[in-house]
Each structure stands twice: as structure tokens, then as C-alpha cells.
Design a protein around this ligand. Structure first.
Ligand code: ADP
Length: 414
């Protein structure tokens, strides 16, 4: 699991890094473009100022006379240098120390030592004739410093960001992967349990069949063996049927295929109690019911019938002769409650939270002998979930168990 989390985090961070590199490159590119535009604006205004000091005498271009150095100090910009070209691109004069005597029609970067310069030219037009060009150069120091600062800031923020992202990514992947792992673990456990449950009757059938081959001449012994085989097959049949029902209930809960209908709980409880009466009598257990009102709930007849039947089946199975089982139905605050309480063996406190798990049994040997599949209460829980019911259990070892099923009422028949 840890390895999976780290792999997921690593993939997440690498992906984020790639996206980040792409976005940062784009932002640096755009930022540099913006700074170049600002620099070009500066070059343009220098060209516009300086071009006013150029005169054309009909033949040649000249700088107008300025101060003692021949230059107009009011237009001097520190670090700026100017060059004057004729219309063929031949240099005519310059001011300031320039780095390239070539005329560039478009903005150009010139790599000098130790600085880089950006130059821009302006065509000088007299009438409608291009008589020459004025070019200006400015060092890109300020722009480069800003770019460097921006890049350093971004790198710092990146390191911090990726540190936080890795921690968050690890925690996130742990959380995201947990349900997958839980389901995987459950599936593994479930497959092991099913294999184990089916293995017992299969082993019984195999061993009995092997013995049968030695008893072919003894019809009585053969009959007993066949009964054993039949019982084992019945057990397998119950397990497989219950498993199929659980799958169907799970699918039905997720995606109902039938419309819910109004179910009369009074009738349902009476029907199930009637069905069980004889079996309780045979085991000398008193089965009593107390029904108040006729609450109607929205749901499905067969699953609700099965839920109550499973609870009664368990009450019958885990209560000894001369015991009592009560089935009660009452309504309170729009909640219909069915309770099935017995005076049976009870469930140890630590087992109560586990009894709804598939194949969980408090006493494996005893319940298998009594024909339980270990899926009865899982089915009860699945049907309860399907009907938005709450199921509680109260139990005391040696005294008995009470299952309390509470279902929201649709309406009550008067
Ligand atoms: P089983 O087929 O084994 O009865 P269930 O899922 O119905 O499987 O029940 C799970 C376990 O819960 C049982 O094996 C039993 O140990 C315990 N149990 C369920 N109902 C009762 C009860 N009424 N009294 C005592 N123990 C019970």
C-alpha cells in the first residue's frame, strides 16, 4: 500500500511538474515580451526626441549643433547611444559608445561585453523620401535583472510549492486509495471465505463417495452415505443461493429494477410467525407475537419477508427447548419497529459488531451443524439497507438476544 501511495504521489508530482514547467516557460516568455515592449517604448521615445535634432540640407544628414561637445545635453540619456545612417545603411555619425555599426530595421538584441544591448531604428523621411535612419541602443540590464528576479522568485515558490504538493499528494493518494484497498481486502477475504465454506461439504462428499465404493454390497450403509451426501449438497445449495441473493440485493440497492410498493407490516409479521409456528412447537419453544397498529412501509414484499424469516430462523436455531421467542411490532414517531427477542444462548459482546459480516459465526462448529450458511444476518443487513432501516442488537450471554429493526413509515392504516 505504501509503495502504491509513493508511486501515485511520484506520478502526480511529475505530472504537476511538467504542467508547471510548461506554464512557467509560458509566463517567462510573456513576461519577457512585456518587458521588451516597455524597452521598445523607451527606445521609440528616445528616437522621437533625438530625431528632432537631425537636419537634412538637401544632400546630407547632420546633427544640429548642440553644446560644446556638439551634442544636445537635454536629450542625453545615460547609457543610450545613437547612430545616424544614410538611406543605404552607411553610418554617418554617432553619439555615445555604440556596440554595432550595422543598421537594423527591426528591434535587435546585440550581445556586447559585459552587457547586452537592444537597438531600434527610425526611418528619417523628408517629404515622402526616406533619407536615412536614426538608430538607438540601450543596455538590457534592467530588463535582465527583472527577469532574473522573477525567475528566482518562481524557483523559490516552486520548491516550497512542490514540497507542499508532495505532502498533500501523498495524503490525498492515501485517502483516495483507501476505499480501493478496503474493497480489495474485502474481496480477498470474501473469496477465501467462500472457498472455505464450499470446501467443507465438498470434502464431505468426496470422503463419503470414497467409502461408498467399499460398501457397494451393504445397502443400509450406502443409504446412510447417500444421506450424508445429500446434506452436504443441501448445504452447498444454501450457501450458493444465499450468495446469489446477496449479490442481487446489492445490485438492487444500487440500481432498483422494481418500483417500491406499500407493505403492510402487520400482515407481514403475522404471515412469517404463522409459517414458523410448527417448527417452534416441534422444538418446544414458545413463539409469541404482539402487534400494534398496521404501519405501511415502502418496500418490497419478498425481501422484507426474508429479513424477518432469517431473524426467526436464528431465534429458533440459537434458543434451546423450553425457551421463548417474542415478535413485536409497534410504531412510534413515524418509525415502525419490529423486535425479535429470544431467551437463547446470547452473543458475546465482542462478537456483536461482527455478526452481520459474511460468514461470521460465534461458534463455527455449532452453527454449521445446525445448517446455517453464515450469511443470514448479512442478508438481513442488505435488506435493511435497501429499506432505509436501522438494525440494533441487544444481547446477553446465557440470557438471550433481541434484534430491533426500525423502518420509516409511509402511512398507517387506521
Ligand atoms: P448463521 O447461518 O451462522 O446463523 P447468521 O449470519 O445468521 O449466520 O448469524 C451469524 C452469527 O450470529 C451466528 O453464527 C451466531 O453465532 C450469531 N447469532 C445470530 N443470531 C443469533 C441469536 N438469535 N442468538 C444467538 N446468536 C446469534
Amino acid at each position: 500500500m505504501k509503495f502504491f501511495n509513493w508511486t501515485l504521489t511520484f506520478q502526480f508530482v511529475v505530472l504537476a511538474l511538467l504542467v508547471y514547467i510548461a506554464l512557467t516557460s509560458l509566463s517567462l516568455f510573456l513576461f519577457k515580451g512585456g518587458l521588451n515592449e516597455a524597452l521598445d517604448d523607451q527606445l521609440n521615445s528616445l528616437l522621437a526626441e533625438q530625431s528632432q535634432l537631425i537636419e537634412f540640407n538637401g544632400k546630407n544628414l547632420n546633427w544640429l549643433a548642440g553644446d560644446s561637445s556638439g551634442f544636445h545635453s537635454q536629450f542625453v540619456r545615460p547609457q543610450a547611444s545613437y547612430q545616424l545612417f544614410d538611406s543605404t545603411g552607411k553610418i554617418l555619425g554617432s553619439h555615445g559608445s555604440y556596440h554595432c555599426a550595422t543598421l537594423f530595421i527591426k528591434s535587435q538584441e546585440i550581445r556586447g561585453e559585459p552587457l547586452t544591448y537592444r537597438s531600434k531604428s527610425l526611418p528619417l523621411i523628408i517629404g515622402d523620401k526616406e533619407v536615412g535612419y536614426l538608430q538607438v541602443e540601450l543596455p538590457t540590464t534592467q530588463r535582465d535583472e527583472l527577469m532574473l528576479k522573477y525567475a528566482i522568485t518562481i524557483c523559490g515558490v516552486t520548491l516550497l510549492g512542490f514540497g507542499l504538493l508532495s505532502v498533500a499528494g501523498y495524503n490525498y493518494s492515501k485517502e483516495a486509495a483507501k476505499p480501493i484497498f478496503d474493497s480489495y481486502e474485502m474481496l480477498k477475504q470474501f473469496s477465501t471465505d467462500v472457498a472455505h465454506e464450499l470446501n467443507t461439504p465438498i470434502s464431505t462428499i468426496r470422503a463419503t463417495a470414497e467409502n461408498m465404493s467399499e460398501e457397494l454390497s451393504e445397502p443400509e450403509a450406502l443409504k446412510t452415505r447417500l444421506e450424508v451426501i445429500n446434506r452436504a449438497l443441501d448445504r452447498m445449495n444454501v450457501i450458493v443461493k444465499d450468495l446469489m441473493l446477496l449479490t442481487r440485493l446489492g445490485m438492487e440497492s444500487e440500481k432498483p429494477t422494481r418500483e417500491a410498493e406499500q407493505i403492510d407490516l402487520r400482515k407481514l409479521v403475522n404471515d412469517v410467525v404463522d409459517e414458523f409456528k410448527d417448527r417452534f412447537q416441534q422444538k418446544s419453544i414458545a413463539l409469541r407475537s404482539k402487534i400494534e397498529g398496521s404501519p405501511m412501509v415502502m418496500g418490497h414484499q419478498d425481501p422484507l419477508h426474508r429479513m424477518l424469516a432469517n431473524l426467526l430462523e436464528n431465534a429458533l436455531r440459537y434458543t434451546d427447548a423450553e425457551g421463548e421467542v417474542h415478535v413485536d411490532l409497534f410504531t412510534d414517531h413515524n418509525i415502525a419497529t419490529i423486535t425479535v427477542s429470544d431467551t437463547g444462548i446470547g452473543i458475546p459482546e465482542e462478537s456483536v459488531p461482527k455478526i452481520f459480516d459474511r460468514f461470521y459465526r460465534v461458534d463455527k462448529a455449532r452453527t454449521r451443524d445446525q445448517g446455517g450458511s453464515g450469511l443470514g444476518l448479512s442478508i438481513v443487513k442488505a435488506i435493511g439497507t435497501m429499506h432505509n432501516a436501522e438494525i440494533d442488537v441487544e444481547s446477553e450471554i446465557g440470557k438471550g438476544t433481541k434484534f430491533i429493526v426500525s423502518v420509516p413509515v409511509a402511512k398507517s392504516k387506521s
